[in-house]
Ligand binder design. Structure first.
Ligand SMILES: C[S@@+](CC[C@H](N)C(=O)[O-])C[C@H]1O[C@@H](n2cnc3c(N)ncnc32)[C@H](O)[C@@H]1O
Length: 237
């Protein structure tokens, strides 16, 4: 039976994996690990969830496509029960940035794997918290892919532990926009949405009398909008 392709958001996560052995944390129905294993995008996969019901659904999905030899379902809170041996990639998608950071924080072996395990993270909220946590804990963001799916715009972060402070600043631009560039339509859409969020946050800062912070946010929002406008002009030529 031909396996159905997951949505663009999960496909973007798959694209950023190296693909030998992946662990999908918070797998829910297990769509991502099943798709990657069935299509040869990875050799084997662990479909992990903290709740028994979603894991049952993942088990059914694994059986439906006869993937029992390649995909193993594991009941695990975060990475607690995940064996690190041979793991090349960890995907944590569709959760809040704070929860993703706390899952990473609790894992003792994450900074000990050699070569470092490739992390693919897709926060739904609190992306600034996650980006700051990655920066403070010496995880280098190697790629970040924006992704428009339906009326939502996401960003998928690829990162790994280096043990050193990343060579870019942990400034407002990094916290709001990460490494997303204006080179693609999805990238421009993501940046424009973040500019709107900056404008809204600036209003809050102004109301709280934090004028310096408000000005910094307004300036970055204006810079982003201008950059996208000039990129569009370049594209039209
Ligand atoms: C919204 S679903 C996301 C499913 C899929 N990853 C996606 O992006 O479409 C979130 C899943 O994460 C699981 N989850 C929440 N906290 C977790 C934790 N600490 N460890 C593992 N799974 C967790 C939930 O049970 C749920 O199945």
């Amino acid at each position: 039976m031909k396996i159905q392709s997951p949505d663009k958001r999960l496909l973007t996560c798959a694209e950023l994996c190296r693909g030998r052995r992946i662990a999908d944390i918070g797998t829910d129905h297990g769509y991502l690990p099943c798709y990657m294993a069935a299509t040869g995008l990875c050799d084997s996969a662990l479909a992990c969830d903290t709740a028994p019901l979603p894991l049952e659904s993942a088990r059914e999905h694994i059986a439906e496509y006869g993937l029992q030899d390649k995909v193993t379902a594991i009941l695990s809170d975060g990475l607690e029960k995940v064996p690190p041996e041979g793991l090349t990639d960890i995907v944590i998608a569709g959760m809040g940035g704070e929860l993703i950071a706390s899952i990473l924080e609790k894992c003792s072996w994450l900074i000990e794997t050699c070569p470092p395990v490739n992390l693919v993270l897709q926060p739904m909220t609190k992306w600034d918290h996650l980006r700051k946590w990655l920066y403070d804990n010496h995880f280098l963001v190697t790629d970040e892919r924006p992704c428009v799916s339906g009326r939502f715009v996401y960003s998928v972060i690829q990162t790994h532990y280096t043990g050193e402070k990343p060579p870019y600043p942990c400034d407002l631009r990094y916290l709001y926009c990460g490494r997303v560039t204006a080179d693609s339509e999805d990238g421009r859409e993501y940046l424009l949405r973040q500019a709107k969020r900056l404008e809204a946050a600036a209003k809050g800062k102004t109301s709280a009398g934090e004028n310096e912070a408000a000005l910094e946010m307004q300036t970055l929002a204006a810079e982003i909008s201008l950059r996208i406008a000039s990129q569009l002009i370049i594209d039209e030529k």
